[in-house]
Ligand binder design. Structure first.
Ligand code: PFF
Length: 527
């Protein structure tokens, strides 16, 4: 029996389906819809995808199983769970540091996640407003109109720039999104997180399937498939030489499955003892991966059906420009594009919301108190915890939002502030850049690395076996091998590479080119 079993004070998911929906909701987010399609297209297409799938299969899912079992067996919060497991094994309670790392990471992530989700909310409102105005002017027939029918192409492209130049608008969107997140989390596991996932996730999946089918039918399916899945061996070779593709694949796997952020440990806490962790982890891992792959097919065929947009893909750069510039331009040329735009942005918003709920929940579970705190007291603590942590995250997010305002528009202090500018590695990085780098490249990987070590080496194999209940000995042996050796080796390697070697090399290269420039200038004959 697990140590925390019988902890009647703890809330639990109402059943298997509820857990799966909530966990898939927490995993599927901006990482799948914004980060994956671009990274995949950019780093060798099919070759990256194969590498990514291997990382999910041999590192991601085994670590996910580890996080879920640690949470369920330990109970309380991520920090309390790990501490309890460590002390039960007669090991140092310092291992609870893993819980702290994850909790700090997920809290820091939600500070900027909410700002970016606020941008998505802005686009939901703008696309609804545009279609509504059109229908108001021209009657219901206008529902068939392309997106942003009342705008010129230049105006559409200028939307994102316009948004970041308008701090008030950004902050209002960020505030609304954070307030909804806080409200849901404050209502607890069953009444809040689970209830939200049960409404949002089915709508999300419905919209994703409709958009993908329409993109494949209306767009250039062949070009979309080839961009995403056809191996580009020259890009792969170039990336493999400097090791960055493995860093990208493992980093993306961790971000997408929310590993190392104590999120899955926390969601594991609310699992019942009857639940089969290996199967659940496989379902969550596969659902998350499928959404990433399918999202690419919802986006790229449409983009590739307009050659001018496809040609700009490299130049416009990653992530948000794809979402807020290229795609709106594509919808602008598509019959029923107005409806597609609304569907697309609502889908993205819902995905972001179920993830931000989970991100905030990690720290709120901690403020609930440990398993000795009585239910009514827990409810009070949760309300206070959700509001104060959400409020703090909002305030830090204000800094992130203001850091995005172009200096030419307004000096917001945050757009020129370089919080760690004294350290060469962070020179030129604003608050958002610093937090993004520290979480995605350092904390998540460090948390995941230590989790694998903890689950594989510190917790006794008998406890792990009892909690995971694999169908057979060989399957347990394979899992143990993966968390003991494979995950620590690869995650450890990319951690050192991504956090230390690669930035140092980049800096040297920069310094080298600066030096070369100085030498060149010096060797120019004086005028
Ligand atoms: N997994 C979600 C996404 O892909 O957007 C959200 C997320 C959770 C990202 C936890 C990162 C993280 F550490």
């Amino acid at each position: 029996m697990g140590i925390s079993s019988g902890a009647a004070n703890q809330e639990h998911w109402s059943g298997r389906a509820a857990f799966i929906l909530a966990a898939v909701g927490s995993a599927v987010g901006l990482g799948n819809l914004v980060r994956f399609p671009y990274v995949a297209g950019d780093t060798g297409g099919g070759a990256f995808v194969v590498l990514y799938l291997l990382c999910i299969l041999f590192i991601g899912i085994p670590v996910l199983m580890a996080e879920l079992y640690i949470g369920r067996r330990g109970g309380g919060s991520s920090v309390a769970a790990i501490r309890r497991l460590a002390t039960a094994e007669g090991k140092s309670s310092t291992w609870a540091l893993i819980g702290w790392i994850g909790m700090v990471a997920s809290f820091l992530i939600v500070t900027f996640y909410s700002v970016l989700a606020g941008w998505v909310l802005h686009f939901v409102l703008v696309s609804i407003g545009d279609l509504a105005a059109n229908v108001g002017e021209n009657g219901p027939g206008a529902l068939a109109a392309p997106a942003f029918a009342n705008m010129e192409e230049g105006e559409i492209s200028a939307q994102l720039g316009g948004l970041v130049s308008n701090p008030t608008r950004m902050l209002v969107m960020h505030a609304i999104f954070m307030a909804v997140t806080v409200f849901i989390v404050s209502r607890g596991v069953k009444g809040g997180i689970e209830a939200a996932a049960k409404v949002l996730m089915p709508i999300f999946f419905f919209l994703l399937i409709m958009l993908t089918l329409s993109s494949l039918v209306n767009g250039d399916a062949a070009a979309g498939f080839s961009f995403l899945f056809k191996p580009d061996f020259s890009a792969l070779a170039a990336n493999l030489i400097d090791g960055s593709i493995l860093l990208q694949a493992i980093g993306q796997a961790f971000f997408s499955l929310s590993l190392g952020s104590a999120m899955m440990v926390t969601y594991g806490i609310y699992m019942s003892r009857e639940e089969d962790i290996p199967t659940s982890a496989k379902v969550v891992g596969m659902a998350d991966t499928s959404v990433a792959l399918v999202a690419g097919l919802a986006i790229f065929p449409i983009v590739f059906s307009f050659p001018a947009l496809a040609a700009n893909l490299d130049e416009k750069g990653a992530g948000f420009a794809l979402l807020f510039d290229t795609l709106p331009l594509a919808f602008h040329q598509l019959p029923f594009g107005g409806l597609f735009a609304i569907a697309f942005f609502i889908m993205t918003l819902f995905a972001a919301l179920t993830s931000s709920i989970a991100l905030l929940e990690v720290a709120v579970a901690f403020t609930d108190g440990d398993i000795d705190v009585a239910p009514d007291q827990r409810r009070r603590r949760r309300l206070i915890g959700a509001i104060s942590l959400g409020g703090l995250a909002f305030l830090i997010g204000v800094g992130h939002a203001l850091s995005q305002v172009p200096v030419s528009v307004q000096d917001t202090f945050f757009n020129s502030w370089q919080p760690l500018g004294a350290i060469p590695l962070f020179a030129g990085k604003t608050l958002l850049d610093v937090v993004d780098f520290l979480t995605a490249n350092v904390l998540l990987l460090l948390g995941g690395f230590l989790t694998a070590i903890f689950a594989g080496w510190i917790v006794s194999t008998s406890a792990a076996k009892e909690e995971l209940r694999f169908g057979n000995e060989a399957a347990f042996g394979r899992w143990l091998f993966l968390v003991r050796w494979v995950a620590p080796a690869f995650v450890g390697a990319v951690l050192i590479y991504g956090a230390i070697i690669s930035p140092v090399l980049a800096q040297r290269a920069e310094r080298g080119s600066e030096a070369a420039q100085v030498i060149e200038e010096m060797s120019q004959p004086a005028e």
